[in-house]
Design a binder for this molecule. Sequence first.
Ligand code: UDP
Length: 239
Amino acid sequence: MPELKPAYKRVLLKLSGEALLGGLTYGIDFERMTSIAREIKEVRDLDVGIAIMIGGGNIFRGVRGTEAGMDRASADQMGLLATVINGIALQDALEKEGVVTRHVSAIEIKSVAEPFIRRRVLSHLEQGRIVIFSAGIGSPYFTTDTAAALRALEIRAEVILKATKVDGVYTADPLTDLTAQKFETISYLDVIQRGLRVMDTTAISLCKDNNLPIIVFNLNERGNIMKAVMGENVGTKVS
Ligand code: UDP
């Protein structure tokens, strides 16, 4: 039987903070983190270049601060730091699995993570290291989804793997609307015009303008990262 080959050589995996919650309502479920790290290692072992954009919603989101009356920029800085905390935890979990990683932060925090230098990141990937991006793009008023799209383009990733808690993009929220239907594929424009909450509009526009496909899939089903990388039908492809 011919050996199966990955469909992509380099991917950007967007892990939201929510993915790290496991059974918790706040913080990091370390068992869940270990199981995600193992899945990532399996993909890495196929010689697939992996960069990960880590979110922070399990700890803090800027909007929570603004709802409480905080200045938006300051609240977003707190959100950015939350992603750095997750980045440290993810690096630890991956290294426990024997994977060589580099943590790259978009805000300067040198004793914890490297600064973002594009050519250095490319060199890490060429040497088979997994790169963990934290602190989004380093500026308030953005999300880690937009940062994922930007960095994916900068490192020439062929696809964004958007790991979520639902198994794709639906006409409505499948958790509250039983008539919601899943799309196998959908265009960027449809996502924007229908107001579907796949990624924020800035992220989708960036992907659309640069023809960068996004695969939205359920991270809670083990093996889905591998399936997505192997080109199997998993979730919804936005292209
Ligand atoms: N954030 C920001 N600029 C960025 C990325 C993130 O200010 O480029 C802040 C923002 O407050 C956001 C928080 O960091 O709410 C956590 O990121 P996000 O909400 O994207 O995390 P996720 O939903 O993926 O867990």
